[in-house]
Ligand binder design. Structure first.
Ligand code: ATP
Length: 541
């Protein structure tokens, strides 16, 4: 193993490689005439060390996950079980892992299964990094090793790892050659990071590659090796009968509204203006999606609109200005909400639901009140549909009016519920029977009506603290035709995932009836993840 000493190159072409094609990177490398890679290129390579405080403040909303990962990785050179970092799209999994390694200054090899789109590329990529090999014109852009078969990969990987670890151990105690090289490698353990692991399922021979990756630790028996898998779907979606030991899961929940606000507010010049804007728009948008990428795409043009009437963008808006800005913005909010709802619908719902269907992670604790314990990867609107279906199956239809007033929401709930209590005696026998039969069936119209009531609830109106004239609720937007077709698609996804089953057709109405199959426990967890007060809407005998 070569141990060249010049550390001038800051590494991490890893993330670069996701934004540039290999050709672009290589021709850039050729033009710049980069020096040979060294072991120090296996650390993040920033000149400024990242303190723990800096790490935590660079990733708002991820404090718990950062501390958990640091705890699991343990002190330097401490053997570690494989970690499985998972959570929805854009929940900061990759950024957190890479920044944690930047903070720790430990050597790692990062490979994304998005940029390596088959097993051979993945193997090549890992071996090239470990063998400090850079493809260039000089070597005819060839890889360090030819590796077609999995068995070859294992042998070559073990050899390369042992070489790197020996090299790192040899480095211990050696002071960095120059001040610039304070990114000296911390410890002699090397970590392999596999990002976007869920994509491997679409590869050829994924049925053998995935178990191989999960078993790498056992097969290689290199104690100085750490493995980190990053995935946007949960561990259960990978389960097969190959008997590998589960890696330790670290869950990245969707960001809370407050977390999202902090992320958007980072490094902003006029934070007051942005804060005022976010106070207005974040709540309704969060009810459709909490995905950072989707929210940034939707909110960025809206913020421009919000600022349009202002000559001076450094202004700190007073109450009157805020009101005027909101009035100008208001017509643009509905269309933007519709658009984001359309984008977040079908594929993610389906994928998320399928993942959850297969989910039975024994390592995951349930029954805990923490929202962080729920790992649902479906859109917010799909969650509301799931809850609506649950309510439609559990509550007698006769009580719908007492739970949901005509304008939506539960504002009149107390009063109407009381009124309905008078007639309860009469209905009790049939309801009792219905409960004995398990979840009841309902027509599609009832499901949609409940969904509309829940999503147009005044509790979630846009401008809670503002003048009531300014109130805009999400529900109004759901009435539109294009949006309704998206909702129907989501209902169909919930059906194909068996969260809702078709319960046969009603002989009188002739229309199909549906039944929710989710347990109360599950429905409550989904509701908690939305901060939705499900028990308020649930009829209890
Ligand atoms: N807490 C955060 N603070 C600041 N930026 C963040 C945060 N979380 C995510 N981002 C930004 O969002 C984008 C996506 O983040 P990242 O790639 O880390 O998410 P991910 O969970 O790995 O996504 P995917 O599942 O798509 O791989 C990046 O630009 C990242 O900088």
């Amino acid at each position: 193993m070569s141990k060249e000493e010049s550390p001038q190159v800051t590494r991490r072409t890893t993330r670069l490689s996701s934004s540039y094609t290999p050709n672009e990177i290589e021709s850039a490398a050729k033009r710049i005439n980069l020096p040979p890679l060294t072991l120090r290129d296996l650390v993040f390579g920033e000149e400024e060390p990242l303190t723990l405080d800096g790490l935590i403040s660079s990733l708002p909303g991820r404090r718990n996950q950062i501390l958990e990962i640091l705890r699991l990785l343990g002190p330097v050179n401490c053997p570690v079980s494989p970690l499985f970092v998972y959570g929805g799209v854009s929940t900061g999994k990759t950024s957190t892992i890479l920044q944690v390694f930047r903070h720790l200054n430990r050597p790692f090899v990062y490979s994304s299964c998005r940029t390596c789109y088959n097993a051979r590329q993945l193997f090549d990529n890992i071996l090239n990094q470990l063998l400090l090999h850079r493809k260039s014109e000089i070597n005819d852009y060839s890889s360090a090793k030819k590796c077609e078969k999995q068995a070859d990969f294992i042998n070559l990987l073990k050899e390369a790892l042992v070489g790197v670890v020996d090299g790192l151990k040899g480095n211990v105690g050696k002071s960095p050659r120059s001040k610039k090289s304070e990114g000296c490698v911390n410890g002699s353990m090397v970590y392999l990071i596999f990002d976007s692991l869920e994509l491997v399922r679409d590869w050829d021979k994924s049925a053998t590659i995935l178990p191989l990756l999960f078993k790498l630790h056992d097969i290689l028996k290199v104690p100085d090796l750490g493995l980190i898998f990053i995935s946007s779907s949960s561990l259960d979606t990978y389960h097969s009968d190959t008997g590998f030991v589960d890696p330790i899961p670290v869950y990245f929940p969707d960001y809370t509204e407050e977390g999202l606000k902090q992320i958007f507010m980072r490094n902003q010049s006029n934070s007051k203006l942005l804060s005022t804007f976010l106070d207005v728009v974040l709540k309704p948008f969060c009810r459709v999606t909490r995905r950072l990428d989707e929210l940034s795409t939707a909110l960025s043009p809206l913020f421009k609109k919000y600022c349009e009437p202002l000559d001076d963008l450094d202004v700190i808006p007073n109450e009157e200005t805020r009101r005027q800005l909101f009035t100008c913005l208001q017509p643009h909010i509905g269309p933007a909400l519709n658009e984001i709802f359309r984008v977040t619908s079908e594929p993610s719902v389906e994928a998320g639901i399928k993942n959850n269907l297969k989910r039975k992670n024994p390592l995951k604790k349930f029954g805990n009140d923490s929202v962080d314990d729920i790992d649902f990867h479906m859109s917010t609107s799909a969650k509301y549909l799931l809850i609506s279906a649950f309510l439609a199956s559990r509550n007698p239809a006769t009580l719908d009016a007492s739970f949901f007033d005509s304008t939506g929401g539960s504002a009149n709930q107390k009063k109407k519920r009381k009124a309905s209590e008078k007639s309860r005696d009469l209905k009790e026998a049939s309801e009792q029977e219905q409960f004995m039969k398990g979840p009841g069936t309902f027509p599609l119209e009832r499901l949609l009506a409940i969904f509309q009531c829940l999503t147009s609830s005044e509790e979630y109106s846009l401008e809670e603290d503002e003048d009531s004239q300014e109130k805009t609720s999400l529900g109004g937007d759901f009435g539109e035709n294009s949006l309704m077709s998206d909702i129907l698609l989501q209902v169909s996804s919930l059906c194909s995932a068996n969260f809702i089953t078709k319960g046969g057709s009603c002989p009188l109405e002739g229309s199909t009836r549906y039944r929710s199959t989710v347990s109360e426990d599950l429905a409550l967890k989904v509701a908690r993840s939305l901060k939705f007060p499900l028990s308020k809407y649930l009829y209890r005998r």
